[in-house]
Design a protein around this ligand. Structure first.
Ligand code: UTP
Length: 276
């Protein structure tokens, strides 16, 4: 199998839970302490060896492109003022060997649709990662994607990051069926989006990290809207499960749901106190 080199960051959502801030600031640019959410996601992908970062953007997302671009006026001014530490910080957000690619999602038709907008950038038989920046994960030493990469390489399989949720919470997530609850990593045998608690196949919920194969892209290209009128990534994963071995990793570390206000605040406190 080809090595994992490409990571897709879907950042075209409307971020309605953070209105009015997200009227002009993309949700992914909201800062956790001093760095925007998307910066943490990019660092995690680079740590896992990705050298091609694909951002699926939409209207109002210019700030994301500007953030990862050079800023010659700012750099000149910092240099003239002798602020060399700050200069290093703004210059080195993206290492020289990594390239950024931007594709547009013309309308926010769902996560699956956003990922599918990058289909032309993924080769046949090439694995790719998907990182949702609003799921911020402190992997406590080893980033979540890197932990998943170990499973991907050992099993030659697709990998989803999983958390064990309360039954009352499962209907907010994609939920997987597993072959054996005791097995690690967990072999996934089914997946459904936002089931009612009584219909959930387990309490293992999918969080915003995926290592997928090009089969998923093929499936996305012929899909119609599912749960909530959106094209769901979960449905495409479900459709290829019988052909693509897929494992779930109960990752080490702590996840913050920064798409919600409480999680966003908790992440700010967590990372803020780490810097003291
Ligand atoms: P969310 O479900 O959190 O949606 O998307 P959202 O629009 O960003 O936020 P709310 O719910 O309105 O507050 C999860 C991820 O998928 C991306 C989002 O940008 C986010 O990173 N996404 C979602 C897209 O890129 N396109 C879409 O059509 C939907």
């Amino acid at each position: 199998m080809k090595p994992l080199r490409k990571a897709i960051f879907p950042v075209a959502g409307l971020g309605t839970r953070f209105l009015p801030a997200t009227k002009t600031i993309p949700k992914e640019m909201l800062p956790i302490v001093d760095r925007p959410l998307i910066h943490y996601a990019v660092e995690e992908a680079i740590e896992a060896g990705c050298d091609t970062l694909i951002f699926v953007t939409g209207r109002n997302k210019r700030a994301v492109e500007d953030y990862f671009d050079r800023h010659p006026e700012l750099e000149r001014e910092l240099e003239e003022k002798g602020k060399l530490q700050e200069l290093e910080i703004v210059r080195n957000i993206i290492p020289a060997h990594v390239r950024c690619v931007y594709v547009r999602q013309p309308q926010p038709l769902g996560l699956g649709h956003a990922v599918g907008c990058a289909a032309h950038l993924i080769d046949e038989d090439e694995p790719f990662a998907v990182i949702l920046p609003d799921d911020l994960i402190d992997g406590a030493g080893v980033g979540c994607l890197r932990q998943m990469l170990v499973v991907h390489q050992a099993k030659g399989a697709a990998v989803l990051a999983l958390e064990h949720a309360l039954l009352a919470d499962v209907s907010r997530y994609g939920v997987v069926a597993v072959r054996d609850e005791e097995e690690r990593p967990l072999k996934i045998t089914g997946i459904v989006e936002k089931p009612l608690p009584q219909d959930a196949p387990s309490r293992w919920t999918v969080v915003g990290r995926y290592i997928l194969t090009s089969d998923v892209m093929r499936e996305l290209s012929r899909m119609t809207p599912g749960s909530g009128g959106e094209i769901q990534l979960t449905d495409a994963i479900a459709a290829v499960l019988k052909d693509v071995p897929t494992y779930g990793l109960a990752f080490s570390g702590k996840r913050f749901d920064c798409g919600a206000k409480r999680g966003f605040l908790e992440a700010n406190l967590h990372y803020g106190f780490q810097q003291e």
